[in-house]
Design a protein around this ligand. Structure first.
Ligand SMILES: [Ca+2]
Ligand SMILES: [Ca+2]
Length: 137
């Protein structure tokens, strides 16, 4: 019985420890909170960075399916509904037309790098990709 209690306490403390580790890893502003800040890749419902936003933390692996994400404080899925985008991270980001990083794609340069040959860190409208993008990495 004592062993069981000890094992349970150990398991609980392991869970709490994992939670503390995760929360310390988030950006200073926090992601998926509707504020597009440093270290975040952001998709907007409308052109010119308006109409609702989803701010993704970058460098935490690919986002394979936008069906799992909504513009913050709305019931609108990010999937096939984004119309502008901004990359505030130090990473190149590529958005894809299909889930699972498939289909035609749009590349973003890293923040502060400017546009080169039509590839930019932000797009006030997504052109052919308007209301099409479904994943990014
Ligand atoms: Ca944020
Ligand atoms: Ca799509």
């Amino acid at each position: 019985m004592i062993k069981q209690v000890a094992a349970t306490l150990l398991a609980v403390s392991a869970i709490l420890g994992a939670t503390a580790t995760n929360s310390s890893a988030i950006s200073s502003d926090g992601w998926e909170n509707g504020n597009c800040t440093a270290d975040e890749f952001c998709l907007y419902r409308n052109t010119y960075y308006s109409g609702g936003v989803m701010d993704f933390l970058e460098g935490s692996g690919p986002y394979n399916n936008y069906n799992n994400y909504y513009f913050v404080n709305t019931a609108t899925s990010v999937n096939n509904n984004a119309s502008s985008s901004a990359n505030n991270t130090v990473y190149e980001v590529r958005m894809y037309a299909n889930t699972g990083l498939g289909g035609p794609s749009v590349q973003h340069r890293a923040v502060g790098s400017g546009c080169v040959s039509g590839i930019c860190p932000a797009y006030h409208s997504l052109g052919w990709a308007d209301n099409v993008i479904s994943s990014h990495a």
